[in-house]
Design a protein around this ligand. Structure first.
Ligand code: F6R
Length: 241
């Protein structure tokens, strides 16, 4: 694992954006696996800024997102589809037909998951997967206890995740209880992984994930078994590493 220590959130965002843009410059038709959540917002902001200055070109890039809430139409402001459009896709020259994210409203969840895995395989797999980490060690929505052998699947969200993510919903009952997520195997098949973390609330779980035992109770610990992982964290997040 490569570890980059950033001073603060902005520095973390810039360092991670540099790694993603290096990937795109070296391989213009890269397949980028993307994440949502609070942590990558600064990365997307930075990439958009560089794109506007003419420093990076996304015209040949394909993106596949990690996850999407089940039951949430894509035009709802809390959907991850909306997040991606609003924070990234709409501001760069990426072709809309090359941006993929599970369809949260799919009636046949199994068929949707299978189609997503086939799609990823069909475009040649993910060159670089961007990941955040949940306070409970989840990656994507692979919650503690998820088998390392999972492909894209529908998950029931844990109470911890519901508690943390409900801040984005007006009413508690609007918060979806399940989500589509790439599985641990889908993530591990990416050629390169870039995990970003910021803030003191991530310190303990990063320590458990990267220096503790590899166990499904800490899903991110599986990354110790991947041969190309880069961790970019700010000083608070890396305070125990
Ligand atoms: C988002 C995702 C989640 C988040 C994680 C951390 O697509 O898959 O695993 O990366 O919950 O979220 P933040 O960045 O909000 O702390």
């Amino acid at each position: 694992m490569r570890l980059y220590r950033a001073t603060d959130y902005n520095d973390m965002s810039r360092k991670a954006a540099n790694i993603l843009s290096a990937q795109v410059i070296l391989k213009p038709n890269s397949v980028l696996g993307l994440a949502t959540g609070s942590t990558p917002l600064g990365i997307y902001r930075q990439l958009v800024e560089w794109y506007k200055k003419g420093d990076i070109d996304f015209s040949e890039v394909t993106t596949v997102n990690l996850d999407e809430y089940a039951g949430l139409p894509k035009d709802k402001t809390q959907s991850y589809h909306y997040y991606m459009k609003h924070n990234f896709w709409d501001h760069v020259n990426i072709s809309p037909e090359k941006t993929y994210i599970p369809d949260g409203t799919a009636d046949d969840a199994k068929a949707e998951c299978l189609a997503y895995d086939r799609l990823i395989a069909g475009i040649g797999g993910i060159d670089m997967q961007l990941l955040g980490i949940g306070n409970n060690g989840h990656i994507g929505f692979n919650e503690p206890g998820t088998s390392f052998n999972t492909d894209t699947h529908l998950v029931k969200l844990t109470e911890t995740t519901i508690e943390i993510n409900r801040r984005f919903f007006d009413r508690e009952e609007d918060m979806p209880r399940s989500a589509f997520t790439m599985g641990i195997r889908s993530i591990m098949q990416s050629k390169r992984i870039l995990l970003v973390a910021s803030g003191a609330q991530k310190a303990e779980i990063l320590n458990n994930a990267f220096l503790g035992p590899v166990t499904p109770s800490v899903p991110a610990s599986v990354l110790q078994l991947h041969n190309d992982v880069t961790l970019v964290g700010d000083a608070e997040a890396l305070s125990l590493i």
